[in-house]
Design a protein around this ligand. Sequence first.
Ligand code: MN3
Length: 200
Amino acid sequence: MIHQLESLPYSYDALEPYIDEQTMRIHHTKHHQTYIDKLNAALENHSTLQEKSPVDLLKMLDDIPEDIRTAVRNHGGGHANHSFFWPMLKKEVAFTGPAADAICATFGDFEGFKKSFSDAATLLFGSGWAWLVLDQDKLEIVTTPNQDNPVSQGKQPILGIDVWEHAYYLKYQNRRPEYIESFFRIIHWEKVNQYYQAAV
Ligand code: MN3
């Protein structure tokens, strides 16, 4: 057991009313925990791989032994994606800073970005994630199925939304667009700036 669930950097009700306490609690203590447990199980007899971070594992999927590759991809991805997602959420943070400047330069303005990102997240069929990534030095919106992460394609995520139903179903049921609208109220832009500056 090398990977462990970190505490959230806020209380389970900190994102109310946009994401409800029960969803946050189950999502973190059940879903995220299960990805970690299954990643640890897959790596049980692979001591060298145990030393690598989830993101590093996702960057080298082709070099992962075939019998555990799918488990590392799915559960390593689940661990990496949620570890990225939780600190990127906070209420009432202003859209400002180097990432905001780059977003406006690429998408025209905040509303242009919000529409493109929301459309991508809404149209993604089934379970997965929508991301804002840096591909070389270019910002773009991509989606990934399941728990895939853009780092496996050499792209650096700087913002992402979990659109698995477990992320929103208790509060929003089938209304994914409402959840996406709420997501835009809880983007921690200071954290996005950190992700952006680490990636450029
Ligand atoms: Mn999730």
